[in-house]
Write a protein that binds this ligand. Structure first.
Ligand SMILES: [Cu+2]
Length: 147
């Protein structure tokens, strides 16, 4: 019983610390690679993004949400890019996408994935996700909540 109390107090403290250091993530999307031919959706909490298990699935995202994409394909082998029809907007690792400096998007890239807020500006140009090394690892992104 005492242990349970300690655990819940620790949980409250860590939640507080998280809330103060970063915007909370609304939806976490987990993807993996299928060789060098596809990304596959492993899991998507929150609002439905696409069917789990589908390769190079078309994703539906919601404007205003903050997303965390966990890329189990790994930065070293299958770095993820979020793109418009012509440009890299947000990239895991290098190169730097054109919208990475936007404070409202608040883009974070790390070894495990990327985190960003889907602002109306980002939604306007975002059409595709793609592997930086394997252009066939790609799928379309449509955004709900834009006019
Ligand atoms: Cu790849």
């Amino acid at each position: 019983m005492r242990l349970l109390l300690l655990a819940s107090v620790l949980f409250m403290i860590s939640s507080l610390a998280l809330a103060q250091t970063d915007n909370p993530v609304d939806t976490t999307i987990t993807i993996d690679n299928v060789g060098a031919t596809a990304y596959v959706l492993m899991d998507a909490e929150g609002v439905g993004v696409a069917e789990v298990g589908v390769e190079n699935a078309a994703w539906t995202l919601q404007v205003g949400q903050r997303y965390r994409i966990v890329n189990n394909g790994e930065l070293l082998f299958h770095p993820l890019e979020l793109r418009s029809d012509t440009d890299i907007l947000l990239a895991q690792g290098d190169p730097e996408g054109t919208l990475e400096g936007d404070t409202e998007i608040n883009f974070v890239s790390d070894d495990e994935g990327v985190t960003f807020t889907l602002t109306p500006e980002l939604a306007e140009s975002l059409t595709t996700y793609r592997c930086a090394y394997h252009p066939v690892m790609t799928g379309s992104i449509s955004v709900d909540g834009t006019s």
